[in-house]
Design a protein around this ligand. Structure first.
Ligand code: GLU
Length: 469
């Protein structure tokens, strides 16, 4: 079998959005699964709407999603010579011709066609005139006048287009710039693309492109048009439904592997499996199981899946992802054992990296004071001072802070004070974290380490003495 070559050709007129990322992912997965090639092409022929900022944003999103490409990035804006050469081929073979009809004339033809119940189209006036090249001439493709063009879509099945509905579309404007459908075909042919998976908003372009392939004597690629991504209200996904840009999901604390898992499931299935590692996606992805109906983007499902991915990830894998979030919050965090401990204690409790960052606040504060007011009122009462001092004494005497040793220390305090574990643990929690919610008490003591624990217990005792006085 020939090497599978897929492509992702975004137009740099904005950030990479959810739908675009899914298209990129499907093409990437298909190429990786078949040890093929994945080509990145920037479709920047619309010079007015294309920006360098968008190009950068697209690269950034692709890097974050770890969708690496084997060829490119190609830029259409740098390939005009090639397009010119292919236009000449069409002219030479008689598959294209110059047309000097004015816009007003073409508009009148369209109106006339509509008035007689047909589709608005150019009537082929210059088709057989043999006009030479001139400043105001466009180049039109000579579409067949009879027959059908069939898009053999691997997702939607055969889609049949009547050639009579197709007009002689423009392949080159009078200013010399080639049009979209034409450059896409030249690129796909010259880049050896044999599998085109794209959004079904492009399906109307495909018969035109097929006609061009045929005129250029090139074999057709496999086409698959993926249904759109919709919002929960079943309308096309837009800003109203939340963030559109892929990197916004990075900033919200989603893991790239969770995000691609979710994107893949948004239009593709493998039985009822929901959780996939990247490797499993590559192994199991196929075109047959891309669904025919639109995927509905649901941030709650994405969040739940993200929690599963965070839970499944090792501390080692999470550390470099979490560090920028911690630093962004001003924590003096380093890639060290302390960070590993912090992540270890939070990683089954955090649905996003942002949540983990919030949960880690107390670990990185020099001083957990001021305490949460209610927590302090309720738990840092005069009688707690003795509990905290006793515990400090016990913990200080320990050689290590392993759970077993800590249990012993707590037991001693329970015996000395006659209090139950809960009555002891809550003031300790407030003293160590400033609040009443945190990972397990033994866990946080082990992570904080003796020096911090001692300092925080001491500070709480002082606080109680100062407020109680
Ligand atoms: N540049 C097009 C877009 O961003 C992609 C066209 C294609 O896949 O053929 O929608």
């Amino acid at each position: 079998m020939a090497t599978i070559i897929t492509r992702f050709p975004p137009s740099p007129t904005g950030y990479l959005h959810v739908g675009g990322a899914r298209t990129a992912l499907f093409n990437w997965l298909y190429a990786r699964k078949h040890q093929g090639k994945f080509v990145l092409r920037i479709e920047d022929t619309d010079v007015v709407r294309s920006t360098q900022a968008s190009v950068d944003a697209i690269f950034e999103a692709m890097h974050w999603l770890e969708l690496d490409w084997d060829e490119g990035p190609y830029f259409q804006s740098r390939r005009f010579d090639l397009y010119r050469e292919y236009l000449q081929r069409l002219l030479d073979s008689g598959d294209a011709y110059y047309c000097t009809c004015t816009q007003e004339e073409v508009e009148a033809m369209r109106k006339k066609a509509m008035a007689s119940g047909g589709k608005p189209k150019y009537d082929g006036r210059c088709r057989e005139r043999g006009l030479p090249r001139s400043d105001n001439a466009v180049i039109r493709f000579k579409s067949p006048l009879v027959g059908t063009t069939v898009v053999a879509d691997v997702i939607k099945g055969d889609i049949v287009f009547q050639n009579t509905e197709q007009d002689d579309f423009v392949v080159c404007r009078s200013d010399g710039t080639p049009t979209y459908n034409f450059v896409v075909v030249v690129d796909d042919i010259t880049m050896g693309i044999n599998t085109v998976i794209r959004g079904d908003d492009h399906v109307m372009n495909t018969p035109k492109q097929i006609l061009l392939y045929k005129a250029l004597n090139s074999p057709l690629p496999v086409f698959g048009h993926v249904p759109m991504v919709l919002g929960k209200d079943k309308t096309r996904l837009s800003k109203r439904h939340g963030a559109m840009s892929v990197t916004a999901y990075r900033d919200m604390g989603f893991l790239p592997d969770a995000f691609i898992n979710y994107l893949a499931r948004l239009g593709w299935s493998h039985g009822d499996q929901e959780f996939f590692t990247r490797r499993e996606l590559v192994e199991k992805f196929n075109l047959e199981n891309i669904g025919k109906s639109a995927g509905v983007f649901d941030i709650d499902k994405l969040t739940a899946l993200n929690a599963d991915h965070i839970r499944a990830a090792s501390v080692r894998q999470l550390a470099p992802r979490v560090l920028p979030f911690f630093r962004g919050k001003g924590y003096h965090a380093e890639a060290d054992d302390y960070l590993d401990g912090v992540i270890g204690s939070l990683h089954t409790r955090s649905k996003t990296l942002v949540e983990m960052t919030e949960g880690a606040h107390f670990y990185y504060r020099e001083d957990v004071r001021p305490y949460d007011e209610k927590a302090a009122q309720k738990f840092l009462k005069p009688e707690a001072a003795r509990v905290l001092s006793l515990l400090a004494e016990q913990l200080n005497a320990l050689e290590d802070l392993a759970e077993k040793s800590q249990e012993e220390a707590f037991k001693k305090v329970m015996e000395d004070t006659g209090l139950g574990f809960g009555k002891i643990a809550q003031p300790v929690r407030v003293a160590l974290t400033g609040n009443t919610v945190s990972p397990g008490i033994f866990e946080i003591i082990a992570v904080l380490g003796k020096a911090r624990v001692m300092a925080r217990l001491k500070a709480a005792v002082e606080y109680i003495q100062a407020t109680g006085a």
